[in-house]
Design a protein around this ligand. Sequence first.
Ligand code: PLP
Length: 449
Amino acid sequence: PQPNPQAGAAVKAADRAHVFHSWSAQELIDPPAVAGAEGSYFWDYDGRRYLDFTSGLVFTNIGYQHPKVVAAIQEQAAKMTTFAPAFAVEARSEAARLIAERTPGDLDKIFFTNGGADAIEHAVRMARLHTGRPKVLSAYRSYHGGTQQAINLTGDPRRWASDGAAAGVVHFWAPFLYRSRFYAETEEQETARALEHLETTIAFEGPGTVAAIVLETVPGTAGIMLPPPGYLAGVRELCDRHGIVFVLDEVMAGFGRTGEWFAADLFGVVPDLMTFAKGVNSGYVPLGGVAISGRIAETFARRPYPGGLTYSGHPLACAAAVATIGVMAEEGVVENAKRLGADVVGPALAALAERHPSVGEVRGTGMFWALDLVRSRETREPLVPYNAAGEANAPMAAFTAAAKQHGLWPFVNMNRTHVVPPCNVSEAELKEGFEALDAALSVADEYTV
Ligand code: PLP
């Protein structure tokens, strides 16, 4: 990349003057100006290049600027850039077919949205109408999106400012052995006690009032906690017993991230509704959706579904999905995530954990990994407190700065760094990233006790 600091300064100036950024105090942020991106890398206007271990916001599952997907978007733009949702359109039909062929079980009807949060909004609406019940249960340590219902379902501090804006949300604790809420010492105990807790929550809320249980199949931003064996099957059974709709949120975990097309495939569970977005077209054009089971589709077979969007199944976004799914199949992207996850990422992160006392736990699968950073391995006290800001967050800020100095753009959330590169990342790129991570973890080690 050719440096062009002047152009970068203009981009930055207009941003600072007019762009209102997500989740931020506008005067306290300094958005880096990005000049370009390709594959697993992006670069700034000063010619600094970064290896992107974040896949954007965990969405560029095939990396940036894949030529086949770029070409498909260009072709679709030339052919039919847009069309209203009430028509059958080639790109939309084909995207729905390719997605439905890959979703588990009988999730064969696809309702398209613009992204993940609105997919959650519609999944919850479908569940409420299907059951005629008001409440929705979701987990602490979760993220479901920024719109009213989705942010209320979310189990992280981003919810707090919007609490109460959507009725009928009840939070419960999902399993997480390393920081167990159930005093469990084994996965078997964690599964059994988390299920008992959920069952009791349902009993005390009133089973006849609960429309849906919404869970990320593998919680993403909240820390990549793979549910222990038997947990999701147990939730499925509770839902069946009480006529509750089981919604799995695969917005982050879906489309190859876990080394399977969908994370539900890791556990052999089939939800009633499944939300997706991000990886469906690598985020090249905004797209999300809900995959709908036969039983729920039946509810709306002769009764209108009261919901829609101007851009539901936008042809450009759907053409990007068709091309992305094609690339993933042709290039073995899901298999790559699975193989390199098991053979390269897992062992490399375990080796880093051996060397660095700040690493409390390594967990994950495919291209979906978290390092839980701690002040002390013995007490498991997080390297920074929950929701730390300013000085209290200094250790994670120092870790992040060190990674960037070494050319790695890290995903950081609270006391964790996530290793979530594109699913088609190469072994050489991974090794380059782990060298930078090694250096940055040495900085984190300085804050251990
Ligand atoms: N659900 C999960 C699991 C997510 O990770 C996200 C975004 O990070 C969302 C929903 C919201 O998606 P969007 O930002 O496209 O609305």
